[in-house]
Write a protein that binds this ligand. Structure first.
Ligand code: DMJ
Length: 667
């Protein structure tokens, strides 16, 4: 016997009971600890080698390095609490409100997802993910920056007005570098009041851009209150410069050429989408990056923009590898792995698969490569051929089976820009794409018959449908683009629906304006309801946010251009003043979390679409019609203008296929 054995034996009822010495007990503990540690080590190594996030790398060192890089990139947001500044009533603005979800964790995306997930949950009882909470802290006012300089103190860019009657862009001009651009004329007329308004919006753009440049250059978005990069935006922490790419054509239109050139040079040198090793939304990347780059190519002829647009689209192509050709929602450009949102189950989203057509078609034209157009034509065929319940398109479709998911129909979130792109595909093709217009008119007739409602006090709104019946007496801010869409549909084709379209356009734009006018801040909520007692007002706390969205101003702009009724300009100016009062902070522009508070709390995010869309629409509202004539340009859903075929001299179609590289990505 060795020393570790018991030195004496215990008996119970005459039976020897095994006894363990203190020494042998410690040994077992040691075994236990060692095996726990071993298990942790195995799990950790397993994760490095086998989890999809890390699969792309070939060596452990590489993987560890990537993990290190990620933590380093997210470092400031992970480790440092945002600086909180007391406002003038001694309260603290709350920033970085929410940290959860998985495809980008900002409150905006989370808020959108709450609604999307709620819809899915309601329709199918699906509980794939826990719903994130959007907890709103008590309202405190955001700190306001110094008042902006008087308009006449703003530096005037050199404008070269070349043709006062028509669009003033250089025609057929082929630039090779950023120093060759011709500067666009403002075409602002002589009215000092209008000039003042244009200058005010331009100064807002400068404020947004300069602060992004100061605190977040090269990152995707800015946190204007905490004055640092927003690393959990829809495009994540990678250096994709979303604000640069999205905002660039607005700078050009405003004649801010120094800023335009610095953005262009950043793109030429630093924009490399294939290096991004995280999931990107195929839809968002298309409308913001491919769309923005293509517009800059049309404006300037600078091939950097065209080639980068092709690089981005090529990075997205693996997502289209499904039995039907309908793309998956997310793609990792580095690993080329694509997947769906967890909250949508196996489905793709109607507004996402249906909002690629303009960019991919035009990209084929300027590169001479058919692959992009083939992809979106295939999507069109699927959607055209599938049986539509009551001529309506449900919001979810399975790319494996080509069958509809939940029978939920909306002109707001999940549906919206699919319809917009049917109309605009027809317009962009100079009306050659007749299939698109027929699909649009058929769907809109059904939508107006079944979804258009009138409140007791006479406000028209678009309700949402489930299995052919109205189930929510509510309209999203996102659906406020519809006023402009119906007006455009009305004036571009004389048919049995034209009159009705214009009537609906006026009424919907009026309702959206009411949602702004009925709030204390004069900014509109994310969603508003019609319950009898309450009209055009948000009820739930997560509906009361204003995220710097553009849709209402988009409709003001289109309605102004097409009707010339002064009220649309007046409403736009009200919005400018409200943005200046409640959203402007020293470090840029922030969304607000409650439009019904006199001193609303900021959400600390300057969305890239604020520069791409919100400020662009407000500027165009006061500019002459010759700046971006609607006879020559179609604006994509992110407000990036694309030239109309055979009507716009800046169409720049390629004579033959252009060799740009990225061959391995084109599938
Ligand atoms: C933008 O990215 C686009 O307008 C999109 O179509 C909808 N949402 C945002 C702006 O609200």
């Amino acid at each position: 016997m060795t020393g570790i054995l018991p030195s004496y034996q215990r008996f119970v009822n005459g039976v020897p009971v095994p006894s363990i010495s203190r020494r042998s007990f410690r040994l077992r503990e040691k075994y236990l600890i060692v095996s726990v540690l071993l298990t942790f080590a195995i799990v950790w190594l397993g994760a490095l080698f086998y989890l999809p996030e890390f699969k792309s790398s070939n060596s452990v060192n590489d993987s560890v390095y990537k993990v290190y890089k990620r933590i380093q990139k997210a470092g400031p947001e992970l480790l440092m609490p945002p600086p909180l500044a007391q406002n003038d009533v001694g309260e603290f603005p709350v920033v970085g409100i929410v940290r959860h979800g998985e495809e980008g964790d900002d409150p905006h995306i989370v808020e959108d997802r709450i609604r999307l997930r709620a819809k899915i949950d309601e329709d199918m009882g699906m509980k794939v993910l826990e719903r994130p909470q959007f907890d709103l802290a008590p309202s405190v006012s955001s700190s306001k920056g110094p008042s902006k300089p008087p308009v006449d103190a703003i530096e005037e860019p050199a404008f070269a007005k070349k043709d006062s009657d028509r669009n003033v862009f250089p025609s057929g001009h082929k630039a090779e570098g950023s120093d060759k651009y011709e500067v666009v004329a403002l075409a602002s007329g002589v009215d000092p009041d209008i000039k003042n308004k244009l200058e005010t919006v331009k100064e807002m753009m400068r404020h947004a851009w300069n602060n992004y440049k100061l605190y977040a250059w090269g990152k995707n978005e800015l946190k204007p209150m905490s004055k640092r990069a927003h690393l959990s935006s829809v495009f994540g922490a990678g250096d994709l410069g979303a604000t640069i790419v999205d905002g660039l054509d607005t700078l050009y239109l405003m004649g801010l050429m120094d800023e335009f050139r610095e953005g262009r040079d950043w793109i030429a040198e630093h924009f490399h989408i294939n290096e991004i090793d995280s999931d990107l939304s195929v839809f968002e990347t298309t409308i913001r990056f491919v769309g923005g780059l293509l517009t800059c190519y049309a404006f300037t002829g600078d091939t950097v923009f065209r080639d980068k647009a092709a690089e981005v689209a090529d990075a997205l192509l693996p997502a289209f590898e499904s039995p039907t050709g309908l793309p998956h929602a997310l793609i990792n450009p580095s690993t080329k792995a694509s997947r769906q949102y967890h909250w949508a189950g196996p489905n793709s989203i109607l507004s996402e698969v249906g909002t690629l057509h303009l960019e991919f078609t035009y990209l084929s034209e300027v590169t001479g490569r058919d692959v992009y157009k083939q992809k979106v034509d295939r999507i069109r065929d699927v959607l055209n051929n599938i049986e539509k319940p009551g001529d309506l398109y449900p919001n979810f479709i399975n790319p494996r089976t080509g069958q509809w998911g939940q029978r939920h129909v909306s002109l707001g979130a999940l549906g919206d820009s699919f319809y917009e792109y049917l109309l605009k595909a027809w317009l962009l093709s100079n009306r050659e794409d007749e299939q698109a217009r027929v699909m649009f008119d058929t769907a809109m007739q059904a939508a107006l018959d079944k979804m258009l409602r009138v409140s007791p006090s006479g406000l028209s709104y678009l309700a949402e449908l489930k299995y052919g019946r109205v189930f929510e007496e509510k309209m999203d801010h996102l659906s406020c683009f519809a006023g402009g869409m119906f007006a455009l549909a009305s004036t571009t084709l004389e048919n049995t629906l034209s009159e009705r379209y214009m009537d609906v356009a006026r009424k919907l734009t009026h309702t959206c304006h009411e949602s702004y006018a009925r709030s204390e801040t004069r900014l509109g909520p994310e969603a508003f309801r019609f319950t009898g007692a309450v009209e055009a007002r948000a009820q739930k706390s997560n509906e009361k946010v204003y995220l710097l969205r553009p849709e209402t101003f988009e409709s003001y702009f289109i309605m102004w251009r097409l009707t010339k009724e002064q009220k649309y300009r007046d409403w736009g100016w009200e919005a400018v003043q409200a943005l200046e009062k409640h959203c402007r902070v020293e470090g840029g522009y922030t969304g607000i979390v409650n439009v019904y508070h006199q001193n609303p709390q900021g959400d600390d995010v300057q969305q890239s679409f604020f520069l791409a869309e919100t400020l662009k629409y407000l500027y165009l509202l006061f500019a002459d019609d010759s700046l971006l004539s609607l006879d020559e340009w179609v604006l994509n859903t992110e407000a990036h203008p694309l030239p109309i075929k055979n009507k716009n001299p800046l169409y720049r179609a390629a004579d033959k296929s252009i060799d740009i590289g990225n061959e391995d990505n084109r599938v």
